[in-house]
Design a protein around this ligand. Structure first.
Ligand code: C5P
Ligand code: MG
Length: 196
């Protein structure tokens, strides 16, 4: 069975993580967040990449793809499953090229779920998440500005490219979580993806 993959992209604070949990519950996909996998790797005291990852995340920079792609590939095979939502990836051209080289031919990319959200709303959500104790080193205004710049300069062009291939499903992520999930369910229905 060729694994099915949905990429989830959008600015920081667009609600990707929240909705991925809903998708997992309803459709039984395995959720792999590139950011979460990198944070987990950073916490592993035996990792040779811990310090590098720490520095990249604090600066809002995108970690070299060989590290991220290896973490994704390992998590996919360890899961023993065949349906994945991959959140926060591919985040730039390097991510895109690395995935194309190492993984694209092994999976079936169904579509890219694009969380379209104004930056002011994203900022407000991330700062709230930080104030509520997310414990994330990058939920502060300085890191956020860098993350937004990287999003606009590096991630948005990847979304635009997938759009030229007709692979993008855009949702209005400025709405509340229930409305956003309604939109997502309609998209899944249109792709004949059944709830479990
Ligand atoms: O997606 P999330 O907001 O959790 O990502 C947090 C940080 O993890 C990013 O700002 C970036 O430094 C790092 N990251 C990365 N490559 C990815 C996804 C996340 O370097 N594909
Ligand atoms: Mg996330």
């Amino acid at each position: 069975m060729v694994p099915k993959v949905i990429f989830v992209l959008g600015g920081p604070g667009a609600g990707k993580g929240t909705q991925c949990q809903n998708i997992v519950k309803k459709y039984g996909f395995i959720h792999l967040s590139a950011g979460d996998l990198l944070r987990e790797e950073r916490r592993n005291p035996n990792s040779e990449y811990g310090e590098l990852i720490e520095n990249y995340i604090r600066e809002g920079l995108i970690v070299p793809v060989d590290i991220t792609c290896s973490l994704l590939e390992r998590a996919m095979s360890l899961s023993g499953k065949d349906s994945f939502i991959i959140d926060g990836f591919p985040r730039n051209q390097d991510n895109f090229d690395g995935w194309k080289r190492r993984m694209a031919h092994k999976v079936n990319l169904l579509f890219v779920l694009f969380f379209d959200c104004p930056l002011e709303i994203c900022t407000e959500r991330c700062l709230r998440r930080g104030a509520e104790g997310s414990g994330r080193a990058d939920d502060n205004i300085e890191s956020l500005q860098k993350r937004f710049n990287i999003y606009l300069q590096e991630t948005k062009p990847i979304i635009d490219y997938y759009n030229t291939l007709n692979l993008v499903e855009r949702i209005d992520a400025s709405n509340g979580p229930n409305e956003v999930f309604e939109e997502i369910q309609n998209i899944f229905k249109a792709h004949n993806l059944q709830s479990q």
